[in-house]
Design a protein around this ligand. Sequence first.
Ligand code: SF4
Length: 200
Amino acid sequence: MNREGFWSVSDVLNHIYCPWITYHWYVLNVPQSKTIKTEEGLRQQNEYVRKVRKHPERGVGGVKGAKFVSERLLRSKRLMLAGKCDYVVYPNGTSCPLEIKNMKIPPGKPYKNTLIQLTCYAIMLEEEIANQVDTAYIHYLKDGLTQKVSIAKENKKYIEDIIKQMDSVLEKEIVNGKPMSWRCCWDCCYLKICALGGGS
Ligand code: SF4
């Protein structure tokens, strides 16, 4: 959450991972230790960003005809959610968020966390431009492939419900829920202070 009280996209991801993280961080005021991107991952991402800057005419991730705004700060005042997606691209004149991932394209659907991130950005972008945003892209650095993703109404509703739960933790100081799996507790920075840690 930032100083103005906007939830971040990481807060949403954390809450889905375990709602007790929201409680420890924002009710008990114990910040989570930072997750740091590996140096190699960061280097490759920066290298890609540099290439895009050098050849903006190529667009991003091969999205044809894209103009782009890099590292765009987006906000939803309705949900009090803010975040920076890697790029906003404009294929066919429509605005779509695009995320860069330092991995190979997964077989089949994108990973759940990536879809959650893109759904958050789609919701924010939608509010900002007052137009529906139903498409997003993921560009995978390790194989240079780009995946087009549909952001369905149900995905957006799911995120809105999660943010309502987060608001409720903050307002009522009560948590309803447990981690996605008890394995989440194994390397959780709150394990030592968490009443629920490991299912105990
Ligand atoms: S220790 Fe487990 S239950 Fe507690 S915050 Fe961490 S993941 Fe959630």
